[in-house]
Design a protein around this ligand. Structure first.
Ligand SMILES: *Cc1c(COP(=O)(O)O)cnc(C)c1O
Length: 227
């Protein structure tokens, strides 16, 4: 685990330096879905500080098993509104908000526990019918509506582009997300900051960093193939 983590961190640093970015501005989200608590603990002991999870129930179990660990939990999967109640208790950042309905429910549940929930807006940059995420055209309106919810804080954008296993083919989608982020920054919607770009996975995170990623979500390169 130590070696794998060191390898990934070295690759992150190398990509950052290549494009003259400060490596400290890129944070690793270790994607631990389907990975048992014991192995997740090894990753934390090796230096992982953020975990990315896709399923609420799975996280609840691991969260309890790892309650003594100092680690931040991020939700990166598709969130159903009826799970928002649990999500606000578990996660420091929810990467995958893509509708007003979901935002409203997270806001309501956050209010109950007196929390300001940090969120990212998930964008379906390639407009794939099979994927979650707001369309590029709808994203600005969505952000404006969400900015009215008092217990939500929008921190940036997230995307899951088509998987070509060929990073150069994914690059244009990363570029699109960054352009969108820059455009929204100019709009300066009240209560919204556009600092984070959550993009890049095991197969393409180096290209994502070159295009401006601040959060890279990496599972396989750290924990091995999932079954
Ligand atoms: C599983 C998953 C990842 C990690 O993918 P790897 O290819 O294993 O690095 C990243 N982001 C999301 C949203 C995922 O579901």
């Amino acid at each position: 685990m130590k070696d794998r983590l060191k390898n990934v961190m070295d690759r992150i640093k190398k990509s950052a330096i290549k494009c003259r970015r400060d490596p400290e501005t890129i944070r690793l989200v270790a994607v631990s879905k389907t990975v048992p608590a014991q192995r997740v603990k090894e990753a934390i002991d090796a230096g992982v500080t953020i975990l990315g999870e896709n399923y609420v129930q799975e996280t609840r179990d691991k969260f309890n098993a790892l309650s003594s660990c100092r680690v931040s939990w991020h939700f990166i999967g598709h969130l159903q509104s009826n799970k928002a109640k649990y999500a606000v208790r578990l996660f420091d950042l929810i990467h995958s908000v893509d509708s007003v309905k979901l935002a409203r429910e997270i806001d309501k549940q956050s209010k109950k526990v007196d929390k300001i929930q940090n969120i990212l807006i998930q964008v379906n940059v390639a407009d794939e019918s099979t994927k979650s995420g707001a369309s590029i055209q709808n994203t600005l309106n969505l952000i404006k509506e969400i900015s009215n919810f008092k217990n939500l804080a929008v921190k940036g954008l997230m995307t899951m582009p088509p998987f070509f296993n060929a990073p150069e083919k994914v690059r244009p989608f990363f570029k699109d997300l960054r352009k969108l982020r820059d455009q929204f920054r100019k709009e300066a919607v009240q209560n919204v900051v556009m600092d984070e770009l959550s993009m890049g996975m095991t197969g393409d995170f180096e290209v994502a960093i070159e295009e401006g990623a601040t959060l890279v979500r990496i599972g396989t390169a750290l924990f091995g193939e999932r079954n």
